[in-house]
Design a protein around this ligand. Structure first.
Ligand SMILES: *[C@@H]1O[C@H](CO)[C@@H](O)[C@H](O)[C@H]1NC(C)=O
Length: 222
């Protein structure tokens, strides 16, 4: 390669590395940027309009209700109540958010899922959970798992597939903090077996080493 080509390759690699190094939400460009749906009095920064700082009050930073239990009467026996930027505009550009997770007694499951934009720290406020995450292919798909009791913390690194199962005989309640204003959720089973339109069953049968009728049965349930 000629010198200039070496330079271009080095530059491209450097750009890639710096992009990887800043894969989470961008740092705020100001003290705060309370989100505003009506752009009339707003500035446009990092994807959401900022409320005019002169009009911001303490109430913009306040939100009640994380103490209210969610209804776990559903197929998996758990419910996530997110407090992301869409519900809590003060989080805009700050790179943090919260979620409350309620679990029905024995068997309530927050099924395997991933947050493409956030690491998560879970605080177990009440109950007993079996939690875990699986590392990447490069790392050998290792399972890190643990039983959590009241007051315990557990970290789920960004992007990795993780789950929480209530193994206690009482309801469980967890509060998670996430390193994004909008971490997004990809639930593995729903994504693969409940996509719209459905993925060709041949793809999933081969990928999961399942009979095609089993795949079709799974697809009919999502
Ligand atoms: C919880 O959800 C179930 C199923 O949708 C419903 O029948 C029940 O009334 C709900 N319970 C409460 C307390 O809202």
């Amino acid at each position: 390669m000629r010198g200039v080509e070496h330079f271009l390759v080095a530059f491209a690699l450097l750009t890639l590395v710096s992009k990887l190094a800043s894969a989470s939400d961008p740092s705020p460009l100001q003290d705060f940027c309370v989100a505003l749906n009506d752009p009339k009095y707003g500035l446009f920064v990092n994807g959401k309009f900022c409320k005019d700082p002169k009009l911001v009050t303490a109430d913009d930073f306040f939100l009640a209700g994380i103490n209210i239990p969610g209804n776990t009467s559903n197929a998996v026996g758990s419910i996530v109540t997110p407090f992301f930027v869409d519900k809590f505009p003060a989080l805009n550009t700050l790179g943090v958010s919260l979620a409350r997770i309620d679990f029905a007694p024995y068997g309530g499951l927050n099924p395997p899922h991933t947050h493409p934009r956030a690491s998560e720290v879970l605080f177990l406020q009440e109950g007993t959970l079996l939690v875990g995450f699986v590392t990447s292919n490069q790392d050998g798909n290792r399972l890190f798992t643990k039983v959590l009791n009241q007051g315990d913390l557990f970290v789920f690194p960004i992007g990795l597939i993780h789950f929480q199962l209530n193994i206690g005989n009482t309801p469980a309640v967890a509060i998670s903090s996430l390193s994004s204003q909008f971490p997004e959720v990809i639930t593995i089973a729903n994504s693969l077996f409940g996509s719209k339109p459905l993925i060709n069953p041949d793809v999933l049968a081969e990928a999961f080493m399942l009979d095609k009728t089993v795949v079709q049965n799974l697809e009919s349930k999502f």
